[in-house]
Design a protein around this ligand. Structure first.
Ligand code: SAM
Length: 352
């Protein structure tokens, strides 16, 4: 467990680290981080995402992108960007779908923003030569409208956690227990006065990285036009709760048990992302995933797939339920659009 040893030594020498620092190390340490070394997506891996549940998800996002391009007045150059593209399934389904929108593929300059070398290799296998890669959004050339998609990216951007104790706010940190093992603890915080009022026991999460991405998208879209579609599990309203979670082979595991071996996430903080984007002059709107997919026509798409393959109706029905039912992904997951003033992307009318 080299990452545990490294973190233990670092904490012994320099004191406890924030939960955000711990998440960053577990996910992105270049030698031992989960995404840097061993991302395992899919049924045989650690977790499954919506594009892997059903082709319908990516197809409808392709339809969304094509309709957005039409509403934007069919610009003759557009940056079609996916951030955090995983195994490439989603972009594969998007590209397959937008072939049916005459002119869009020719206009689209397709970019994948990916930090993980092993996942870049998977994406290259799946998507071939049609795409280019960047390590950050800043590397994607500006001066053309942006059409950015990110599914389950915000949840892996690090967050700090604060706990309201009987005497005020403290920061949850990762330190060492009496045996020298990694353990959560509380530390005084200078930002206590900036945190919202709450009852003792409440946990407040704050992700500077999520807010920074919201601001970056807002500034870019306000300047160049276009829209971003961010889909993730998370809150639509400001709130409290400890959402730090580690997943390994589809099971929740102790986030401190084996650093770097599991995917580590927090809920997307959509109110903070949207406020940051609006602060840069963009507009923002949010729907539940179930409502977004329903408005994009997932019911009709499922019916068409069943007509084409009646023997698969049971499987298609289960996929539909998984994506839109309130007690599955339909309510917990949200779809958020950040867009330039003056137009509203498909499905988000009356959701501002
Ligand atoms: C949970 S996976 C989601 C994969 C895919 N979007 C899907 O729906 O199947 C998270 C993805 O984000 C990437 N990622 C994590 N942090 C990132 C960052 N700061 N910038 C860009 N990509 C990042 C990971 O390498 C991975 O491709």
């Amino acid at each position: 467990m080299p990452l545990r040893d490294r973190l233990t030594a670092q904490i012994a020498a320099g004191g406890p680290i924030t939960v955000a620092q711990y998440m960053g190390a577990c996910l992105h340490d270049p030698d031992f981080g989960y995404y840097a070394t061993r991302p395992a997506l899919g049924e045989a891996g650690d977790f499954i995402t919506a594009p892997m549940v059903s082709q319908m998800f990516g197809e409808l996002i392709g339809v969304w992108a094509a309709a957005a391009w039409e509403l934007m007045g069919r610009p003759d150059a557009v940056r079609l960007v996916e951030m955090g593209p995983g195994d490439g399934t989603l972009m594969g389904d998007i590209l397959k779908t937008i072939r049916h929108a005459p002119g869009l593929l020719e206009a689209a300059d397709v970019w994948l923003v990916e930090t993980s070398a092993p996942l870049r290799a998977l994406q290259a296998d799946r998507l071939g030569g049609r795409v280019q890669w960047a390590r950050s959004l800043a590397e994607v050339p500006a001066e053309a409208p942006l059409m950015l998609i990110a599914n389950e990216l915000l949840d892996c951007l690090p967050a700090r956690q604060f706990v309201r104790t009987a005497i005020g706010w403290a920061e949850q940190v990762v330190g060492l227990d009496a045996e020298g093992e990694l353990a959560f603890g509380l530390a005084p915080t200078p930002v206590a006065g900036l945190l919202p009022d709450a009852a003792p026991g409440q946990v407040f999460e704050q992700s500077a990285a999520q807010a920074a991405l919201g601001a970056e998208l807002g500034a870019r879209i306000a300047a160049d036009g276009g829209a971003a579609l961010l889909i993730d599990y998370g809150r639509a309203e400001p709130g409290f709760g400890d959402t730090l979670q580690a997943l390994r082979r589809h099971e929740k595991v102790d986030p401190l048990a084996d650093p770097g071996a599991a995917d580590l996430t927090v809920h997307a903080d959509f109110p903070a992302v949207m406020a940051a984007a609006r602060g840069q002059g963009a507009e923002a709107a949010i729907l539940t995933q179930g409502e977004f997919l329903a408005r994009m026509g997932i019911g009709q798409r499922a019916e068409a797939l069943v007509r084409a393959a009646p023997g698969r109706s049971g499987a298609i029905g289960r996929q539909l339920t998984r994506l839109i039912a309130g007690d599955e992904m339909g309510e917990l997951f949200k779809a958020c659009a950040i867009h330039a003033p003056g137009w509203t992307p498909p499905a988000f009318e009356e959701a501002e």
